[in-house]
Design a protein around this ligand. Structure first.
Ligand SMILES: Cc1ncc(COP(=O)(O)O)c(C=O)c1O
Length: 374
């Protein structure tokens, strides 16, 4: 096995001692670590899944034409990205799977570089390694220097809103990335899976937005997940969309490999992307939880940075993240150490808003008591 294929330890396992401490709190744990949705899957989505329960035949790897059209319509109406070709839409078994396998599906391997953000969701790195390629941090294009054969990635990941920081990349920033990538023959994959969970009505532009790409999707892929906005992480429902030629390459291998989204889930997705109401309701739930938790976190001496959109508060107490994790665990609150997301994040923690209103309120109360005692 070559060096780069060696995978990192599964990070969440290292959180077990802090979890045990938090679980021992007399009023129970408030788990704000993993960020798994806790609110019910919307009825309209459940109904669509149930209505499609009779599924004796194999589903289409490509997704039904109705689903691909619904996704294209969603880009037009919800993401300011008209002109998505349904031929360039492909459902995926959740988006983690696509993130982990995209370099492989694009044929990258030994000697190829995959550009990833400095502070990032760990699976971008894992996907490069699974392909036998080399992950390389791209911290702003200038830092990457003039492209040379040995230093130019074949695939570049961007993630906006970012997990873990919640930072949003604007139209100008994304346009510069696309321009640079195109001039150097680099595929850009944009993971936008928190895009509809902006904090306010601030814009979260898509890579498929014509203001970003000049009206062409060539060399571009947007990766999207319904796990968070539709509370259906258990369904494994996501999609990739953009350049039809790239999507055909992915499709060809996925057909051979049986990477197929079950038909009832395709139906649930079709209905979910067509229904705005439940997304707005969910966004409101997270807004209200944020409003409860943020002041309590600040009063307890943490500084919240970025966090413009998405499901997390990105906070620091200017100390090693594991000290912050351990301290909050003593209050029964479990958060994720920044170290999971890169060396540059070793003094931050990620605090998820994915807990019930009751648990978020419990965390706020405990933090408030702590700030009084301080
Ligand atoms: C940035 C980012 N991309 C992708 C995923 C994967 O989501 P899923 O596999 O549920 O679609 C996550 C999940 O937390 C994420 O934070």
């Amino acid at each position: 096995m070559s060096e780069v294929r060696v995978l990192p330890d599964f990070p969440w396992d290292s959180l077990a001692p802090a979890k045990a401490t938090a679980a021992a709190h007399p009023d129970g744990i408030v788990d704000l670590s993993v960020g798994t949705p806790v609110d019910p899957t919307p009825q309209v989505v459940q109904d669509a899944l149930i209505a499609a329960a009779d599924a004796p035949g194999y589903p289409q790897t490509y997704g039904t034409p109705a689903l691909r059209q619904a996704v294209a319509d969603w880009f037009a109406t919800r993401r300011s990205a008209p002109g998505v070709d349904p031929a360039g839409v492909l459902p995926t078994v959740g988006s983690k799977e696509l993130v982990a396998w995209l370099p492989t599906l694009l044929g990258l391997g030994d000697g190829d570089l995959v550009g990833i953000p400095k502070i990032a969701y760990p699976t971008y790195d894992v996907g490069a390694r699974l392909a036998g390629a080399t992950p390389v941090v791209v911290d702003g294009l200038a830092a990457f220097g003039p492209p040379t054969k040995g230093r130019t990635p074949k695939l570049l990941w961007v993630n906006s809103p970012s997990n873990p920081t919640g930072r949003v990349l604007g139209v100008d920033h994304l346009a510069k990335v696309v321009d640079w990538a195109r001039r150097n023959g680099i595929v850009v994959a944009s993971d936008e899976c928190y895009a509809e969970l902006g904090r306010s009505d601030d814009e979260v532009p898509s890579i498929l937005d014509p203001r970003v790409n000049g009206g062409s999707h060539e060399g571009l892929l947007a990766v999207y997940s319904l796990s968070k906005q539709s509370n259906l992480a258990g369904y494994r429902a996501a999609f990739v969309a953009g350049d039809p030629a790239l999507v055909q390459r992915l499709l060809e291998i996925r057909k051979h490999a049986g990477m197929i989204v079950p038909w009832p889930v395709q139906e649930a997705m079709r209905v979910a992307v067509g229904d705005v109401e439940h997304v707005l309701e969910q966004k409101e739930r997270y807004r209200s939880r944020r409003e409860t938790l943020l002041p309590a976190i600040e009063a307890a001496g943490l500084r919240v940075e970025d966090s413009a959109a998405g499901l997390y508060l990105w906070a620091t107490r200017d100390e090693d993240c594991w000290d912050t994790v351990a301290d909050l665990a003593r209050l029964g609150i479990l958060v994720a150490p920044g170290a999971f997301y890169g060396e540059a994040a070793a003094r931050h923690v990620r605090i998820a808003l994915t807990a019930t209103d009751e648990r978020i309120a419990a965390a706020a109360t405990r933090l408030a008591q702590r700030s009084v005692e301080r």
